[in-house]
Design a protein around this ligand. Sequence first.
Ligand code: BES
Ligand code: ZN
Length: 656
Amino acid sequence: MKNSLLKKTIPLALAGLLMACQESDNNKAEDVVVTPVTEAIEVVEEVVAPEPEDLSYLLDEHSYANKDEVVLTHLDLDLDVLFDKKQLKGYVDLSFNRLQPDATELVLDTRDLTIDKVNSIDEDGNESATEFVLAEKDSVLGSKLTIQLKDGEEKVRVYYNSNPEASGLQWLTPEQTAGKKEPFMFSQAQAIHARSFIPVQDSPDVRVTYKANIRTPKQLLAVMSAFNEPDTYLDGDYQFDMPQAIPPYLIAIGVGDLRFRAMGKRTGVYAETAYLQDAVKEFEDTEQMIDITEKMYGPYLWGRYDLLILPPSFPFGGMENPRLSFITPTVIAGDKSLINLIAHELAHSWSGNLVTNATWRDLWLNEGFTSYVENRIMEELFDEKRANMENALSVQSLREQVKTLPEGDTILHITLDGRDPDDAFSGVPYTKGQMFLVFLEQRFGREVFDKFLNQYFGDHSFKSLTTPEFEKYLDKHLISKYPGKVTQAELDEWLHAPMLPEFMPNPQSDAFTNIDADTKSWFAGATELADLPTDKWSIHEWLHFLNNLPQDISLEKMVELDKAFELTASTNNEVAHAWLKLAINRNYDVVNERLEDYLISIGRRKLIVPLYRDLMKSDNGAEFAKRVYAIARPGYHPLAQGTIDAIVNSAEASQN
Ligand code: BES
Ligand code: ZN
């Protein structure tokens, strides 16, 4: 895979244009690519430095697409959802722009797709066969699909189907759903899985509008990351339109026994009946969250904002699919304690969906900004106390995580070297990225920083950018404007150095300081458990308490805690996670039945992966993990299966 990348050369014209781009600030290659090739070459001669700059960061190493020659602009999907075969089957019309007029090929990404035929479509809509080559599969990138283009034509139709092993789709049997009567199917395209259900230029630097005709069994409802008609009646034939250009990783579909309930004038919930009412209550503040964010960062530009509640096997907490965030049911806690997840996915409507990371090396531009905005929303909706607690918990977990990560993976502008972005996933782009922005906020003051962010979102709307492009923009619009506040060395340390800067903000929570003192005195025998003011604790305080208990806490104390607070039976999935993790490490096997049930009923990676990891550290634990995983695995999403297969198998290998 690395070889194929090295062989990829930057076309001369592009190189020239890129040099030109580097001279200006907030732009992307595509903004200026209209320049004819010859002129572009002239630019090269004028601008080229004696030591040519390394422009490799501008290439997306995770896509085969020839997006600098021919770039997709619009998709028309026409697909049948075939539950019996676990396939999406039909065709996609791909409209494109020729950036290089003499380009003869369109290069797409695919993974595990069956391509039946490819037709060229002329202006009158007539189809005629055209040649294509589907290359052998690369384990990270999938199979490159090269389509021969005919002179003058700007659309091709690819007849294809996805296959049951599609990494971006999960097909659930009726038994795996809440209602038990109907099957369910959903997609998860980020980072590089759109290609497993659509042949597409699967790079976050490409933006397409799309329309779709989706046919399903009559009794099911299909929803997409597009305009969804809340009053649609069930007939198995659904039309979608996404008129705003989005990167392919934001194309999403869900099909199931779904119903809709409105929350506010532009917000609502799609869910199986079993979740609908609880979800509407839990997430009723969504409309207010939009109002809050609009006040801070400008208008919400996407029309409606609905939530789709997925089955518990959804491998993430949430996914910011535009107009329709996908949400795990594991955050419906009954007390709104985990709704920062909604603030997070909503925040992506500005950072991520409007302003997008150009490559997966720049993920922190999506997730760091979003975590920052998420916390600002929580501060407004609740108060500083809650926002501080959430930040303190995130930073604590970041500090733990960086101890275990390969050093290179603690750098914000990470080097992926051809690795699957999923394999480098961690809290670093989220919380280190967020703390970088908190740092800037503290240095420049909230008022100035908010103004900067507002302008940043405005200037880059519907565009993608890389970290170096961000650095230029930051310098021009903030750092140089207010000299003497932040040094270049500090910026470099944030963005390009491993581990966490010593000057990283360290969010403090008075509530947590009190808990630390109370815990200490309980351990010293100075107070009884009953003296702890636990009846006033929020979920965040509980999490802080559990996460900070001494690693060598005695079994007696575990029993005492469990008896007093029924932690093994906790219905808050985050609290249960923290308690089960502690129990695994202390061999407190009273939890085993609950742990088994937890691992079988939840597929959210963040909640189960750490538990499998810790179980694999002991012989007993490993035996337990393998037995339970054998039962749980068929219900997990392909992405979770991949992650946990590696944990269970690598431990096996190291033990043998
Ligand atoms: N976009 C992410 C999920 C994601 C990231 C999928 C990278 C694939 C690759 C989503 O917005 C997210 O961050 N979800 C978090 C939410 C949490 C930080 C509140 C999650 O799922 O836990
Ligand atoms: Zn996110």
